[in-house]
Design a protein around this ligand. Sequence first.
Ligand SMILES: *[C@@H]1O[C@H](CO)[C@@H](O)[C@H](O)[C@H]1NC(C)=O
Ligand SMILES: *[C@@H]1O[C@H](CO)[C@@H](O)[C@H](O)[C@H]1NC(C)=O
Ligand SMILES: *[C@@H]1O[C@H](CO)[C@@H](O)[C@H](O)[C@H]1NC(C)=O
Ligand SMILES: *[C@@H]1O[C@H](CO)[C@@H](O)[C@H](O)[C@H]1NC(C)=O
Ligand SMILES: *[C@@H]1O[C@H](CO)[C@@H](O)[C@H](O)[C@H]1NC(C)=O
Ligand SMILES: *[C@@H]1O[C@H](CO)[C@@H](O)[C@H](O)[C@H]1NC(C)=O
Length: 293
Amino acid sequence: MVIARKRSLQHVYLLVTVLLFLMHMKPSLHFNHGCIEREKQALLRMKDDLIDDYDILSSWGREEDKRDCCKWRGIARSNITGHVIEIDLTYEKPLRGKISHSLLELRHLTYLILGGNDFTGTQFPADNNGSLSNLRYLDLHYANFTATISSLLANLSSLQHLDLAYNYFNDLGNIEWLYGLSSLSYLDLTENPLVRPSDWLQIVNKLPHLEVLWLPSCFSGDEITLTLSPINSSSSLIALSLFGNNLVIPSIYPWLSNISRNIVDLDLSSNLLRGSTLAEIGNMIISSTAFSF
Ligand SMILES: *[C@@H]1O[C@H](CO)[C@@H](O)[C@H](O)[C@H]1NC(C)=O
Ligand SMILES: *[C@@H]1O[C@H](CO)[C@@H](O)[C@H](O)[C@H]1NC(C)=O
Ligand SMILES: *[C@@H]1O[C@H](CO)[C@@H](O)[C@H](O)[C@H]1NC(C)=O
Ligand SMILES: *[C@@H]1O[C@H](CO)[C@@H](O)[C@H](O)[C@H]1NC(C)=O
Ligand SMILES: *[C@@H]1O[C@H](CO)[C@@H](O)[C@H](O)[C@H]1NC(C)=O
Ligand SMILES: *[C@@H]1O[C@H](CO)[C@@H](O)[C@H](O)[C@H]1NC(C)=O
């Protein structure tokens, strides 16, 4: 009897010890009371490099009441791992300044939305280590970035959505960097200078999931004739804009007639019509509901 009580008391001691141990461990097991410190410090260093004229990032800070960085504006974490997985800094008012290298420490990011800000002609952090290789969604449209970005992009094989419209990148022209983006379904390169337009249309063959291809005002030349090799008619493309490129439109017909089956949004306006008629194109693109020519 006495021995049995002693045993059960021993059990209670053991249980209490384990509980105390677990409670002690809690801060590192759980992230409910704050985000991962290393990631928080990276975000704070990012804030230091931004000019916040409109107090957009007032919830970001080193104060005690702001310690959980996952409650900061524009930040979301994974409910499973606790890592920061989303940064969305697009608001009605722009931020200025530059994007710190510390961004690359947020290796679990899947969503990064920085569009509509003014990064004043600075460079997006350069990376050769595949730091952002988990990215699925990257929106840098209208952000006043310059210089290079293709080495960072080249290995983002999970990327599905890429919007680089209206920036001043100078290394996107040749298409090679795009071939690694095998998951891509949305690509907007509006007004980025590109070369060899025929190659750019052939990507429809190489990127089997590509649904939206936006290439308005990307090519320069007085009169651009395309030479396109046969295209796989099982392409996923549903929207295409080649607005404002001085393309000689009839040279695109054979290609277009093969992929036009699924296209619902087509913009070929501000190109060179050259003896073709709207009716000809109309026949070809029967399914297109939004059609500009
Ligand atoms: C995490 O869980 C909360 C509450 O269930 C939910 O509102 C939030 O969207 C989840 N976050 C992510 C990134 O899934
Ligand atoms: C981009 O940044 C440069 C350098 O700060 C600035 O002169 C220019 O006005 C900015 N352009 C836009 C469109 O914000
Ligand atoms: C890439 O990794 C190396 C070695 O881990 C490190 O020294 C370097 O700073 C990293 N570069 C970048 C741009 O993160
Ligand atoms: C891309 O991935 C390959 C293979 O993993 C690696 O050798 C190369 O250095 C990476 N390049 C960049 C720019 O991350
Ligand atoms: C159209 O697609 C078919 C089947 O994929 C292919 O055999 C043919 O060469 C293509 N034609 C053109 C002009 O791309
Ligand atoms: C066309 O695409 C389909 C689906 O992606 C693929 O199975 C097929 O092999 C491709 N055909 C050619 C000729 O590339």
